[in-house]
Each structure stands twice: as structure tokens, then as C-alpha cells.
Design a protein around this ligand. Structure first.
Ligand code: SAM
Length: 273
């Protein structure tokens, strides 16, 4: 089950996402929500002493490099690792725009990297992975510990509710949206770490937002894609976009569809070295 989760997160899947996310960087609403998360997480790491100006950091699943840039501005060096070459291309641009020269990138799935070949055993003061699906299996957590001479940190959703997604689920699939889908991964990770002899700390980051989605085909495709497992996103976009659009048109007010969201992100961190 855990392995399937990794297998479905292919390079191609994340390459497609990178294009949409890069466009989203210009969308104020989604940018603001993410910026608050980046800032809170980074402040937390510094306050807890998980890194400092002398640290070498590994950022697994670095995506567009939003954490990579923040870390590179304050630490000695950062290595960004990602399964997707397109994500890394955007992250590289981000690093260049910020005039940083202490960052390198590795384009490989975390489960495939041989730490010895890459001279990455105990090579980092902080091994960090934020919302990275490549970290869902026990071996991938153990590998994080092997790469760290200091701290490891992961964060993942424990809960993610959207009033609009819930309404669309009820209307089209006849069932409520399961906002608690992430919880299992938090407890599995905790369980594995404690059984492996580590003592993970756990805390949560809660956020709420009142989003206003424009009534258009992109919004309909976004929600259509979520009507089922992420591995079937493409098929669901084709299957449901026009039905979702009809529903959004019914409930929109002045071309805007409101959406109340709440999310709870679990932070798990442990001393590995
Ligand atoms: C949800 S994004 C998170 C991006 C960023 N860390 C953040 O918190 O905003 C997940 C990232 O993990 C990458 N990813 C997915 N599976 C991976 C794997 N097996 N190994 C390495 N990276 C992976 C994706 O390409 C994507 O950039």
C-alpha cells in the first residue's frame, strides 16, 4: 500500500504539476496561503535549533525551491532533491533570481538514491522533507536518518478540509470528502520511527482561509481532478470537468465561488545523529 503510493508519484505526474504551480506563483491567493506556511515552518525550525548559519541541509522533494531559497539565505549549503526535472528547473531559476550560490540539485527519486554513491551518509545537519509523497514508506524515513548527522524533519497533512470540495463530492459522488485522509501516514511514520529507536517530537500547524475561486474552466478542472485518487487526476479532469462547471455556475455569486478551507499539517522531527 505504501509502495503503491510512491509508484504513482512519477516524474511525469510531478512535471505536469510543476507547470501549474509555477503559474500559481502569480496567483495572489494561493501564494499568500503558501507563503504563510513556508514562513511558519522556517521560523519553527530556527526556533527549535534544527538549523543555523553553519548547517548543511538536504531538502527532499524541494519542488519549486520555496524552502530551498529560505534555507540557502541562512545556512551554509543546501542540496535540493526532487523526482521531477521540471520542478528542479524552476527551483534553479528561483535560486538564480535570489543570487544564491550555495545550492546544488539532484534529480532522482528519494527511494532510488544510493547514499554511499552520492557521499551522503551523515552528510547533513538537517534532512528536511515537506509534503513529499516520496517519504511515505518506512525505508524512506530510515534513509533520512542515515543521511543526517543532526536532525530530520518531515511534515505532512493530518487533515485538509475544503467546504467547496465537500459540496462537490456530495453533489457528484454522493459521499462527503474525507478530510482526514492524511492521518494514517502521520501515525505510521511515528510508529516506524519510535520502533526504530528514535524519539520523534510532534506538533501541528493549523491554518484557515476563505478562498474565492473564479468561475471558469480552470477552477472546474481543479476540483474535477480531485474527485478520486490522485493517480487518476487526469482521467477525472476529463470525466467530471463539465459537470463540476455546471454546479459551480449554480452556486457562484457575481462570478465567484466561495470556499472555506482548514488544514492541519503535522510536523515530525527527530534527532538522528
Ligand atoms: C507537494 S510538493 C511539496 C513541495 C515543497 N516541499 C513544499 O512543501 O511546498 C511534493 C514534491 O515532492 C516531489 N516528489 C514526489 N515524489 C518524490 C520522490 N519519490 N522523491 C523525491 N521527490 C519527490 C514532487 O516532485 C514535488 O516537487
Amino acid at each position: 500500500m505504501q509502495m503503491n503510493n510512491i509508484e504513482m508519484h512519477t516524474k511525469e505526474f510531478w512535471n505536469v504539476k510543476s507547470e501549474r504551480w509555477a503559474q500559481d506563483l502569480n496567483n495572489n491567493e494561493s501564494r499568500q496561503e503558501n507563503e504563510a506556511r513556508y514562513q511558519h515552518t522556517d521560523d519553527f525550525l530556527l526556533q527549535q535549533g534544527l538549523y543555523n548559519s553553519g548547517s548543511d541541509i538536504l531538502d527532499i522533494g524541494c519542488g519549486l525551491g520555496m524552502f530551498t531559497v529560505r534555507f540557502a539565505q541562512k545556512a551554509r549549503s543546501v542540496t535540493g532533491l526532487d523526482i521531477s526535472d521540471r520542478m528542479i528547473a524552476y527551483a534553479r531559476q528561483n535560486i538564480e533570481q535570489n543570487h544564491l550560490n550555495n545550492v546544488s540539485f539532484i534529480n532522482i527519486p528519494w527511494q532510488d538514491i544510493d547514499l554511499k554513491d552520492y557521499r551522503m551518509e551523515k552528510a547533513f545537519d538537517l534532512v528536511f522533507a515537506s509534503l513529499c509523497p516520496g517519504i511515505s514508506a518506512a525505508e524512506s524515513l530510515s534513509k533520512m536518518s542515515l543521511a543526517s548527522r543532526g536532525w530530520c524533519f518531515i511534515c505532512c497533512f493530518a487533515r485538509k478540509f475544503s467546504s467547496l470540495k465537500n459540496d462537490i463530492y456530495q453533489r457528484i459522488l454522493g459521499v462527503p470528502y474525507d478530510a482526514d485522509w492524511g492521518k494514517a501516514s502521520v501515525s505510521q511514520s511515528f510508529d516506524h520511527l519510535i520502533k526504530s529507536g528514535y524519539y520523534p517530537y510532534v506538533t501541528y500547524y493549523d491554518s484557515e482561509a476563505q478562498l474565492k475561486w473564479p468561475l471558469n474552466n480552470n477552477t472546474a478542472a481543479h476540483f474535477a481532478g480531485h474527485l478520486g485518487p490522485i493517480s487518476e487526476e487526469k482521467e477525472n479532469i476529463e470525466k467530471y470537468t463539465s459537470t463540476v462547471f455546471d454546479y459551480l455556475r449554480e452556486i457562484a455569486v457575481d462570478g465567484i465561488v466561495p470556499d472555506d478551507t482548514q488544514s492541519r499539517i503535522a510536523f515530525l522531527y527527530w534527532q538522528a545523529g
